[in-house]
Structures are given as structure tokens and as C-alpha cells.
Design a binder for this molecule. Sequence first.
Ligand code: HEC
Length: 468
Amino acid sequence: MRLRVVLWGSIGMLLVPALVGANDTVTFTRDVAPILQQKCQVCHRPGTVAPMSLLTYEEVRPWARAIKDRVSKRIMPPWPLDKTVGIQEFKNDISLTDEQIGTIVQWVDAGAPRGDLAELPPPVEWPGVDHWNYEKMFGRPPDLVISSTPYTARAGYIDEWPTPEVKIPLTDLPEERWIRAIELRPGNAESRYAFHHANPSLIPPGAGADEERRERHQLTDSAVGTEGFIFPAGEGKRIIPESTVTFGMHLWPLEDRDVDVVLQVGLWFYPKGQKPQFETEGEVQLWISQGTRSGEVGPRGETRSTNPQFPAHSDLLIPPNSISIVRGVQVLRQNARVHSLRGHMHFRGKYQIVEVIYPDGRWETINKLNWDHGWHTAFLYEDHAMPLLPKGTTIILHSVFDNTRANRYNPDPDQWVAGGRRSADEMSHLRLGMTYFEDADFERLVAERERILTERKHQAEQRRANQP
Ligand code: HEC
């Protein structure tokens, strides 16, 4: 089976900054406002977590210098992924093009002029802040919303990890359904400030709730920066009546006031009675730490450990004032298609790199994350860019830690850092959204992919040929 699958799409991504002509002053109304509407206002408007609104010229003008700084360093919009290596086609890409960065920089350097009001695009009508992100796409709110019981995060207290459990009432879910999309959101305005991340699990009735099982039945993950998951067409996750949702949360309490934290999981289903062709595993957690949890992954989503006697992360030990790296290796036991990627490290995290060695020996970098503890973005691959990994593929995962002064998040570079749950300890794993396929189905997917990529290549050649 020949696979030339992953990287074709990214060829031709080198963007030449096509800057506005030298005589043409860049203005807010004509050039900058459309970029802010498209890439910034989803977060920078009243009532959201971002520190300031960027809706009007008057609001934006005082931030001009800070905006130039953050966008030219690619800190804003948050898209903590290396754009020079690996797959670059994502459904939820919010990053700026080089051209857009050039426009903003030119505008600030020119003194941030307002320009002609007649050229201002009409304002975007943003939905209320308590809307669901996927509501617009599906044309309806979630089919089922599960809210956690409130948990009070006390003012000035330490990190907390409450796990409220909620059994779904039979009246809400009288029959088996298949999940198409999942979104997690803070259930009230205050919760969004104290919410760091959560890993809700779905426990079927009668199943034990030990840690291993929980991992296997992981429902979704969400963190600041993660919107949710929409599974590829034809894939879904099964949910059966009287299941229990456990909300494994990590909270950062506020300094000045108690917060009653509520989280909500919203689920969109396939139509009643419709079973998608393939059952997805959703996010599969892969440990990255030498020796302890390396081994095999699949076919039911579990990561098999070669040394099960070691708890996860027990070998993680990062010297003071050091840059260090840990590596993990997993061999796939079943053919897989990867629909999403999300890293996980803490304050000392710097990079996470995913590589694969195909059974035929070719070695490829899938992606490199530029870790930023402020954001836990889930990267959702475009359908034609989702890695197709045959069984027997070796997945190599690297975590690079920066425990030096140069790391702006580092609370204390003179400390030894070990594995642990607090943000001041470290973690090292990542999650791949995976669906497993039998050989015949997988071969069909590979053939289909080759066809699509060939078509796209021809189209691109045609476009080039037609250019004057
Ligand atoms: C996904 C949400 C999101 C998007 C999209 C986003 N921002 Fe932000 N932005 C934030 C948050 C949250 C903060 C505060 C925390 C931080 O600085 O990381 C922030 C901080 C900033 C700051 C620093 C403010 C300060 O206090 O110094 C600037 C400047 C900024 N954003 C500009 C932009 C611009 C320009 C865009 C679009 C090109 C953008 N942001 C897109 C969420 C977002």
C-alpha cells in the first residue's frame, strides 16, 4: 500500500507578503477593520475573556502598539503551531496570513490612521456570549446539554480538581444515540474566569469508574482555547441511556472572590435511528515519557504500557535551568485516521512534536506545537489532510521543556520539576482524535485520498497555468 498522503496539501503554502502599494496609506476603515472582524472580534468584544474589545476605531487605537507586537510575534490570534513544518490545513485555523500581518504592521507604523468612514465594513452581528459555537453550523442548539453540579472555587485558594458526576436522566436520553459534535463551555459568566480545563468522561451504566476505564470512555476534553469537536462525516460516538458524565476539572480560583463553577457539555446527535458508518474513539491519550508508558496503541483507544508498574509521568524529572526533552513511542495496532491533535504540558512546556514512521520506512513530521500554557487549542484537520496511518505505524512523540529564565511562564527556573497535576509540576502527553478501520475500509480511504489529492494538484496546476 503506497501512501503519499500527509503533506501534499501544504506545498505552495509559502506566502509572499503582498503588501499594499507604497503610496497607498493603509487605513483602519478599509484595511484593518476587516481583519479584526475576521480574526479577532470573536474573542475581543464585550463580555468575553479577552482583556479589551476591538470593535471600533476608538477601542482599537490605544492598543495599536500592543497589537503590532502580538501579531508580528504570532502570539495573537492564539494558534500555537509551527507554520513551517507539518500539516497546515485545519478546519479551525484562526491564524493570520503573512499578508494580514504585513497590513497591520504597516498601519501601526503609519501612525494608525483612521481613514474614510465610508469604507468601514458593516459591523458583524455577534451572537450573545452565552451562545454555543456550533449552534450556527447546525442551525440549532445542542440536542442534549449536561450541566455539572456547581462547585465553589474559594477565593485565593490553590489549584483544584473537582470531579462532579451527573447521571443523565432517562427522560433526557431515552434511547441510544450517536454523537456528531461535542462542545464544552462554562455554564455561567463567572466560571469562564476560573476554568482552566476539563476532561469529561462518559461512563456507561454498570461500568466501574477506575482511572483506566475513564480514559477509555473519555467523552471530550476541553480547555481554554478548545472550542469542541465535530467528528468527520460518517463517524460518531455512541451514547447509551443512563450513562454518567464525570467532569474532571482543573480550576484556577480567583484571588478576590468565590466562584460557583458550572460546566456544560453540549451534544449534537445524528438523526434518531441513524447509525454512522464508523465508531470513532474520539481523543486518544498518548503518554510521552521515556519507558514508562510507551508501547502500543489501539484498537480500542487504550494506550498499552510496556511498564505498567510505573504510574504516568513518574519518570519525568526536569533539572533546574535546563532545556530537556522526553520521547515516547507507540506502535499502532490498527489502521487509523487522525482527525485532531491537542497537546498537554504545563508552565515549562516549550514544544511537542509528532512524527510517524510508516511501515514502509518513510518518516514524516505530522506537526510541531509551540506550546503556550495559556492555550490548549485542539487542531482539527481538514478532511483531505487527516493523517492516514496504517497499522504498524510507529508514532514518535517528543516533549521539549524549557526550565530556564527565558521561558516567560516559568515560575522558578531554580527548581527541579517532577510530574504532577499542579501547573507548577509537569505533564507530558497529547491527544490524537482517532478512528480505527479494518483493512478493506482503510484501503478504500487511501484510494479516495489519492484521488482527491491528485485532483487538487491538477486544479492547482491549472490555476497557475491560467495566471497572467
Ligand atoms: C481565541 C480568542 C482570541 C482571539 C481570536 C484573539 N485574541 Fe487577543 N487576547 C485573547 C486573550 C484571552 C487575551 C489575554 C490573555 C493573553 O494575553 O494571552 C488576549 C490578549 C491580546 C493582547 C494583549 C493585551 C494586553 O493586555 O496587553 C492583544 C494586543 C491582542 N490580544 C490582540 C489581538 C488581535 C489583534 C487579534 C486578532 C488579530 C486577537 N487578539 C485575537 C484572546 C483572543
